[in-house]
Design a protein around this ligand. Sequence first.
Ligand code: ARG
Length: 462
Amino acid sequence: MTKQTTWSQRFESALHPAIARFNASINFDIELIEYDLTGSIAHAKMLAHVGIISPEEGEQLVVGLEQIRSEYRQGKFTPGIDAEDVHFAVERRLTEIVGDVGKKLHTARSRNDQVGTDTRLYLRDQISQIRTHLRECQLVLLNLAQDNVETLIPGYTHLQRAQPLSLAHHLLAYFEMLERDWVRLGQIQERVNISPLGCGALAGTTFPIDRHYSANLLDFASVYSNSLDGVSDRDFAIEFLSAASLIMVHLSRLSEEIILWASQEFSFVTLKDSCATGSSIMPQKKNPDVPELVRGKTGRVFGHLQALLVLMKGLPLAYNKDLQEDKEALFDSVRTVKGCLEAITILLREGLEFRTQRLAQAVNEDFSNATDVADYLAAKGVPFREAYNLVGKIVRTCLMAGKLLKDLTLQDWQELHPAIEEDIYQAITPTQVVAARNSYGGTGFEQVRQALENARAKIIAE
Ligand code: ARG
């Protein structure tokens, strides 16, 4: 075994190769490289600013770090397992490029505050990207809703037909969920945006550093005020994973509905060829793979949240190598959420066709207007519970006779209750049933039009 060079002369022999592989994070933390370079540049400038290194040395470090950035972007910087992690890889390459001055970069810094800085810069950026994806998805939902204010769709509770809805109202429910996700991520981003740089290994540093100076260069809003907390806090990552999990919950529920709607049993939507897949054996099949995959990928994000919670719960202060495990959880969650948002957005924009004829027929062939008969009677002074019981009875009679409420004669109605008049027929048409639910936040067309306007204003407001 050759003597490895990473550690100080305290070490006499190199790591066992299998242990080196086990210990290394370079295979995945290379994802942090651009943030690592940005963080190191700020650190180098701070060192020069306070006079720990000379201005020329600071300049050399910055130039060297920028060179690594361009090498990386050109695919020329591909450190191997021997570098252990992205931080060592960068420092080693820097020293190759600029010579001994490269060895000064790590003055007044530890990999502990460094990796904390990188992870926050990464997450701050990724949160902005995810919020943009959320907005795109919301816009597509909004446009789809705009086109379908008067399209009716059965509304369900317990997956049993309940009351008909404006399709726009149904779609806008998802808009609202994603709106909360967007707001939530913005709030979390504020707690991501705190600089741990300068916390050192755990206790701060003997050098006269200026933590606010480097934090400013990196656009952090503030700095951690306790060095132990700064290097070992991963609350922000857990908060992000919990917000990511909620996004996935919302996408998964929408996916489940699309899968149901596309089934022959519902037949509410047709999947366009660009967003559906076939079967390798059953030539007639057209499968909703996209929403199924979104639903399926939801579990892994929940898993990452759980993993990080468990990872943190027993850790003594301050840094422990366990924390290296936060990265794959974050990276995979970010990739999953972005990928799912993108796929669902495409599916909603161009992959679905609502079968409006079939929807119109669906809302006409059930008892989802029964509440409206009870409301009709209650409006005429019959106590609601009494009206409810009467309508229950007539629904049962209809079911036995194979009729719907609209098939009853005026005489049938008046036998049920003398207060019922000719206008009952109008009151129980699906369109009237929807239009009449004009309470604030309800599915009535007037409410839905107002909701659409409010939704559009929210999106344009930023
Ligand atoms: N690769 C490490 C991580 O991701 C960097 C920090 C290592 N610090 C240490 N004291 N070993 O956590």
